[in-house]
Design a protein around this ligand. Structure first.
Ligand SMILES: [Mg+2]
Length: 299
């Protein structure tokens, strides 16, 4: 984890309840069959935990299906805002997961209620063109000159989407009095196929708003709301649920802060033991770790 990642995650964590660091949590090695005996619900992160792009991790489907078969509630709790909520359901089905629509909780789905709170009907969208449905499904228009100066960041835009001109426009909007930057995916970085990480929307939104004077509103993990929605839907108390993810700064810190137990999947760290470095950098530890998402359900 580099210095900018550490800085941004620490800024997030400063807004979480003080007990979030999970003192006493040790990251003990386990597998999903043993974890299943201790809880009623398991919440899965998506990217880096079940898959990267179209590449599924070995055992991802078997673990989700196996826990469901064992009588546990399973939910997808994802910071994805790069696809609209209905597209997330479709893409999970395409990958062979059987999550129903009401078992999926995405940070992008909060845009509708945030817009209602801010009293806005239009935003300037900054992200990949394919992410625009996140804005449209929230009942908002993408406007180059929104009535109130609000920029919604869904994802890191691609050069092919005219990102330089759109970023310039976004900076101009964010310099106006009362401007708001909505960062709909707080992830600072994301693992890549074959190893390494790339910058993600959280870092992009952070840099964009830096020095602009705009208020930054973030939603998704590690903030409590998404966890609260998933808990309510599973009908269980925080201590009866486990958050499973690959990112210490969002999945583990947020799960701990919401009172869940947390399990870090170490499959994206190379070497695998490097997960400890992220925990040390942030002072955040999970209850358990597994080497891969199939642990306990694959031979
Ligand atoms: Mg992830």
């Amino acid at each position: 984890m580099n210095a900018l990642e550490t800085q941004i995650y620490n800024e997030y964590h400063a807004r979480l309840p003080a007990e979030f660091r999970g003192i006493g949590k040790k990251g003990l090695s386990t597998d999903f069959r043993r974890v299943a005996e201790t809880c009623k619900a398991v919440f899965f992160d998506a990217w880096g935990t079940l898959f990267i792009r179209k590449q599924l991790f070995p055992g991802a489907r078997e673990t989700v299906a196996g826990l469901r078969k064992a009588g546990l509630k399973v939910r997808l709790v994802t910071n994805s805002a790069s696809l609209g909520p209905s597209e997330i359901v479709r893409s999970m089905r395409e990958k062979g997961f059987d999550f129903a629509e009401d078992e999926i909780f995405s940070s992008g789905s909060h845009l509708r209620s945030i817009a209602a709170e801010l009293g806005i009907r239009e935003v300037f969208h900054l992200g990949r063109n394919e992410s625009l449905p996140t804005v449209l499904e929230a009942g908002l228009r993408d406007d180059p000159d929104p009535e109130l100066p609000v920029v919604a960041v869904t994802s890191v835009p691609l050069d092919s989407d005219g990102s330089i001109a759109r970023e310039e426009r976004a900076r101009e909007i964010l310099s106006r009095p009362g401007a708001v930057a909505l960062v709909l995916n707080p992830d600072v970085s994301a693992p890549l196929v074959g190893g390494g990480r790339c910058w993600a929307a959280g870092a992009y939104g952070f840099r964009l708003a830096l020095g602009s004077g705009a208020r930054v509103v973030r939603t998704g993990k590690p903030f409590p709301r998404l966890f609260g929605e998933a808990l309510a839907s599973a009908g269980c108390r925080p201590e009866e649920a486990v958050m499973v993810g690959d990112t210490v700064g969002t999945d583990v810190a947020g799960g701990n802060a919401a009172g869940l137990r947390t399990l870090l999947v170490a499959q994206c760290f190379s070497p695998a033991e490097d997960w400890r470095k992220d925990c040390e950098a942030l002072g955040v530890w999970p209850d358990w770790t597994v080497p891969g998402i199939g642990a306990g359900f694959l031979p």
